[in-house]
Structures are given as C-alpha cells and as structure tokens.
Design a protein around this ligand. Structure first.
Ligand code: DSN
Length: 420
C-alpha cells in the first residue's frame, strides 16, 4: 500500500511511520479524537478525491457524477436512518463550517442568539468573541452553576426571556454530563427561538440511545463525523424539512464549493458501521470506560468538574492541587509519558485559555482499541502520578513504560507492526 510513496516521498513516509508508532505506543485520551476502521480509511483513500461535483445529487454543475450521486445518496440515506432526521446535508467540510452554515441559514448578521460559554464547555463557534459567531452575531452566553458546575435550565429560561434570542445553541465540547435537549426546546418555544444543537462530541451516544437524541427537539442539529461517530474528518447538518432548502443553500453555494467526495464515501462507510449492533456495544463501553477512568482519577486524589461524568469525557480540575494555570505543563508532562490529553479551561476559569487550569480527557479512542475498565484503572493511576510529580523525569519515564506495556496488548491496526 505504501510502495509508491516510499519511492516518491520517503520523507513523508517516514513521518507517517513515526505517527503510527506514536499512536501505537501511547494512549489517546483527547475526547474529540478516535481511530477509524480500515474500511473507512480505504474509502477515504480513493479516486473520489479527484472529482468535482458542486451541487447536489441529480443537480450538479459538472459532468461525470453518476457514481458520486450514488455515494452521496447512500451517505444521506444512512445518516437519516442513524439519527431519524427528516433532512441531512452530508457535504460540510468540518464542524466549524457546518455551524457557520446554520448561522448563515437561520440568522441575519447582528441577530441575538444564546450559546454555551466556552470555558464551561461550549465551543468557539457557540459565540466566542474571537470567532465569526461572536463577531458577526450578538451572543448572550449561558453558563453553569458556579457550585454544581451543572446547566440550570430555569436560569437559562430566565435569561432567554430577558434577551429574546432568535436562536439558542445547545451542545458541548467539555461538559461531562447529559444535556436535556427537550428542556432547551421548551425554552426555545417559550421565547420563539430556533433550537440548534451541536452534538459533535456525543453523536455516537445520541445515535445509539445512550444520550437523548436532540433531533426531535431541534430545528437543526450538526455533528462532526470523526469523534464518537468514528468516521472521517467532516460534518453533517440535520434539520426539519422546512429548513432543508435554507441549509442546503447555505452550504452550497453559500459557503462551500465542491464537496470532498472521497470523504463522503468514507462518511457513508462509517454510518453503515454505526448502524450495526456492535457499534452500540462500542458506545456502551465508551461510557463504562469513562466512568471507570473518572473513578480511578478520583480514587487517586484528583478532582473532576461536576464530580464525574455521564458521557465520554471528563475534565480534571488542577486548582485544588495548587496547579492553577498549569494545564499546559501537565499536558506536556503527560505527553512525555505518551498519555495524550488536552489542556482545557474549567468553568469560571481563573487563568487564561492558553494556560488554563484543567485537563480534558475521554475514552472514545482507547475504547476503539479494545481497552476496558481494568485498563482504565491503570491509566488513571499513571495520570495521577504524573500530575502529582510533573517535573520528575523518573516518574514520567516509569509511567511511560507502564503505558507501553499496556498498549502492547492492544494492537491498533493489525499489521501496523510493519511500520516499525
Ligand atoms: N476541536 C474540537 C474538540 O476538541 O472538542 C471541537 O471542534
């Protein structure tokens, strides 16, 4: 498979091998990352990357799209079945462009909307002042309760009645608890706002009934396809039929040109995989592993935002360890032990986003690798040791060896050993 690149670009091949070794020898705990199947990789690496197909199935601006249409229709059909949505656009390049298309379709520049505060668990595109969503629209952020760190729907209702938003955006990137999408719908109905949910992180859990599916309670729902959904890099937009035309026009020609048809093919494969019973078992194990990892971290003296998790992720609070603002140093120390996490803000972050006081981690990728509750215990212990001794090279080295030993029992892509 690598014959040609080995001749034309050994430099890049070498870096591909190095990345293979990195992911094989470490534990990938960044909750937005995952490992796609070989089937998804194979669909991605096809000559559909060569094609132009602006437009939609049956209405293209280029010739030769008879098979692209079939691929896109399969992706649409499968996504509809997976989430029970009336309409879906499978062309968005990724999550941020998908969210941008929703703003473009539903709002006018300057309109008021409500989004989840970034440091409490929202996303840049949910109204951050440095993002298009906060620059072009007036965002009134909602937050979690300072003590419980949980969303409070009565407070959000009160805020909505005061600011009268045209849209309320629900969804998360770092909130470790379930979201009550039905409660958001009630708030939206009360104030006459659109309800838009971004389920990028929890899409797999929603599709398999482990988390409430927002589709019945929303005007529009977006998700990336590469997180718990375990597909290629990309996104989809689901909506009620009444918004279908506006959403499709916002994606193309509003914001994007030609869809990435090789990615659409890989999305279709991932959706087919997600419709199998084994995928539900996988998602159940993600949640079990997250609970086990959270338990191990807390047993080893670490504090978590909200005191635990109901989904695939958790956020360690470094504040009570005297490590306020040390998220970057801890992320790097864990990285040296081949434990990959990301620094993250905590609710009401006392420091800056670049030097925050939290560590975000999750279980989708290590669950794909086949790890279970007993491995979570070991990983939790190693993380706690490194955090407590993040400048001690000997302890980091010991944790690295423990992690390597663990990883040896969980080959990622059988055959990947040849890359060594
Ligand atoms: N960057 C993603 C995350 O890590 O949560 C969100 O898009």
């Amino acid at each position: 498979m690598m014959d040609d690149i080995s001749k034309t670009d050994p430099e890049i091949l070498e870096l591909v091998k190095k990345e293979g070794i990195r992911i094989r020898n470490g534990v990938e705990l960044i909750p937005s990352e995952n490992f796609v199947s070989k089937a998804v990789l194979q669909a991605y690496a096809t000559f559909y990357t060569n094609k132009y197909s602006e437009g939609y199935p049956g209405k293209r601006y280029y010739g030769g799209n008879q098979f692209v249409d079939m691929v896109e229709n399969l992706a649409i059909e499968r996504a509809k079945k997976l989430f029970g949505t009336e309409h879906v656009n499978v062309q968005p390049y990724s999550g941020s462009p998908a969210n941008q298309a929703v703003f473009f379709a539903l709002l006018n520049v300057g309109d008021i909307f409500m989004g989840f505060d970034l440091s409490a668990g929202g996303h840049l595109t949910h109204g951050s002042p440095v993002n298009f969503s906060g620059k072009q629209y007036k965002c009134v952020p909602y937050n979690v309760n300072r003590e419980t760190e949980l969303l409070e729907y009565d407070v959000i209702m009160k805020q909505a009645k005061e600011c009268k938003p045209k849209m309320i955006l629900s969804g998360l990137t770092a909130y470790p608890r379930k979201i009550d999408f039905e409660a958001f719908k009630e708030i939206c109905d009360e104030v006459g706002a659109y309800h838009f949910a971004d389920i990028a992180h929890i899409a797999g859990l929603c599709a398999t009934g482990l988390h409430q599916n927002p589709v019945p309670y929303c005007d529009v729902v977006t998700t990336t396809t590469h997180k718990t959904l375990r597909g290629p890099r990309g996104a989809i937009i689901m909506c009620k039929e009444k918004h279908a035309q506006a959403i499709d026009k916002a994606v193309f020609p509003g914001l994007q040109g030609g869809p990435h048809d090789h990615v659409t093919a890989a999305k279709a494969v991932a959706f087919k995989e997600a419709l199998q019973p084994s995928y539900k078992k996988y998602c159940e194990q993600i949640v079990k592993n997250a609970k086990a990892l959270a338990g191990s971290l807390m047993d080893n003296g670490l504090e978590l935002v909200t005191g635990g998790t109901d989904n695939h992720l958790m956020v360690i609070k470094l504040v009570n360890k005297g490590l306020t603002g040390k998220g970057k140093e801890i992320q790097n120390a864990l990285g040296e032990a081949e434990i990959y996490v990301n620094k993250n803000s905590i609710p009401y972050e006392p420091n800056t986003p670049f030097n925050p006081s939290g560590i975000r981690l999750g279980t989708p990728a290590i669950t794909t690798r086949g790890m279970k509750e007993s491995e979570m215990k070991v990983i939790g212990e190693s993380i706690a040791k490194v955090i407590d001794n993040y400048t001690d090279k000997a302890i980091i080295e010991k944790a690295k060896n423990d992690i390597l030993e663990l990883c040896n029992d969980f080959p990622l892509y059988p055959g990947m050993e040849v890359l060594r």
